[in-house]
Design a protein around this ligand. Structure first.
Ligand code: PMP
Length: 422
């Protein structure tokens, strides 16, 4: 493959991200490799937020005046953008929430009140983010429910061959991550969905780390629920999406009560609005939802998933080759297909020390448990360093990372000077 056209496009796109041209306080160029935590924002997103607040801001759904109608129109258009982005059948299936965490809590509490029975079971996986564990534990404590995490293969992917053994007559949901935020490995979700459909079990897909790297169409991948957060998809914080396949939105009760989610309130009884309004109590993140639509248009129309896939595949090969050349480095989870996210440790260096050392080189990586403590337990480590890439990262940044890692090995392995005076 000739990477030159890909590199040219990556360099052009990178210029859309003002934050990336800043220098780190050390004077070195800033190298941002913490994209799985949150992505940087292109200028169109920053400017759209500012323009909305400067010229179009009003509360939605409740006003007869011009600005309110304009804001309502934009908010509902944003919902349609998300609908088409995911291939959803109708805007009714798209619910704006604060983020993936709130989305999973909304679904978990809805299922708890309208679907689960005591003793039911949920299949998850060892890769889950805490956001796809703790909401189920909250429900499990009350009912009770049993949570059954699928194991991993030795290469760090979800072991789907274990699925038949995990199935029982009480299995009522499979809630699973698409791409691991800790290891980058991609769950064989097509197989899991086919298995679930064959046994009439609904599937919730945590698409936080996959939708950034691959297009998802809920007609081709017929999950029942899907969540993602706007801020990882180059949009603002404070907004995320729940896709809820019809008729789940009709079956589940509201998550919160308040304004905008009702048809009629009386002291005796309140009738709820149909979905999605039923799940959007109170004033939502209006500006953020509208700007999320701008981010989605930027990704699909300006960047393009074909480019993202091709360029990130190139970066993936390069990153793995460079990391493998660092003495004492252990890569956790090498399975393919994968997203451009890697966890690693270097022998004799605590990941927090490594993170601080890399920061002194202007390199931002995440260190810690990555909200993946059960995964860390399975790997037998308390923490890792995590490299996560976006389409604006460049090969020379990966070269600098390798140089910095080699320097870290030398620095941390240098014998301490003797303190004893002869
Ligand atoms: N799931 C996965 C796989 C994630 O990576 C994250 C964010 N790290 C979440 C869920 C939670 O997202 P948020 O904090 O934006 O709600």
């Amino acid at each position: 493959m000739n990477p030159t056209p890909l590199l040219e496009k990556a360099r052009q796109l990178r210029a859309d991200f003002p934050i990336l041209s800043q220098a780190h306080p050390s004077g070195r160029p800033l190298i941002y490799f913490d994209n799985a935590a949150t992505a940087q924002k292109p200028r169109v997103v920053i400017e759209r937020l500012s323009a909305f607040l400067a010229t179009q801001n009003a509360n939605i759904h409740r006003g007869v005046h011009w600005l309110s109608q304009e804001a309502t129109h934009l908010y509902e258009k944003a919902r349609e953008t998300v609908q088409h982005f995911l291939g959803a059948a109708s805007p009714e299936e798209i619910i704006f929430v604060r983020g993936a965490t709130e989305g999973i809590n909304l679904i978990a509490q809805g299922l708890r009140r309208a679907y689960f029975q005591p003793g039911d079971e949920i299949i998850l996986s060892t890769l889950e983010h805490h956001a796809n564990i703790v909401p189920w534990q909250l429900v499990a404590e009350e009912l009770p429910l049993r949570l059954k995490p699928l194991p991993l293969t030795s290469a760090g992917a979800v072991d789907v061959s274990a699925l038949p053994d995990f199935l029982s007559p009480r299995t009522r949901l499979i809630a699973i991550t698409h791409t691991s935020n800790g290891l980058g490995t991609r769950t064989p979700i097509e197989e899991i969905v086919a298995f679930a459909k064959a046994h009439d079990i609904p599937v919730l897909l945590d698409a936080c780390q996959s939708i950034v790297h691959e297009a998802i169409d809920v007609q081709k991948l017929p999950v029942d629920f899907l969540v993602f957060s706007g801020h990882k998809l180059y949009g603002p914080t404070g907004v995320g999406v729940v896709y809820m396949r019809h008729p789940w939105g009709r079956k589940l009760p509201p998550y919160q009560g308040g304004g905008d989610m009702i048809v009629r309130v009386t002291w005796e009884k309140t009738r709820y609005a149909p979905p999605p309004a039923k799940f959007e109590a109170g004033t939502p993140a209006i500006a953020e939802a509208i700007v999320l639509a701008t981010a989605i248009h930027y990704i699909t129309d300006t960047v393009g998933y074909d480019f993202i896939q091709a360029y990130e595949a190139y970066l993936t090969d390069l990153a793995e080759a460079l990391l493998r050349d660092v003495p004492g480095l252990t890569l956790y989870g090498t399975a393919r297909p994968r997203g451009p996210i890697w966890s690693f440790n270097i022998e004799g260096i605590h990941p927090h020390d490594l993170g601080t050392f890399l920061d002194s080189w202007g390199i931002a990586v995440r260190v810690g448990h990555h909200c993946n403590q059960p995964l860390m337990d399975a790997l037998g480590v308390p923490a890792t360093a995590r490299l996560s890439l976006a389409f604006y990262n460049l090969p020379e940044e990966l070269q600098t990372l390798q140089e910095a890692l080699l320097a870290a090995v030398e620095f941390f392995h240098k014998p301490l000077p003797s303190l004893r005076h002869e």
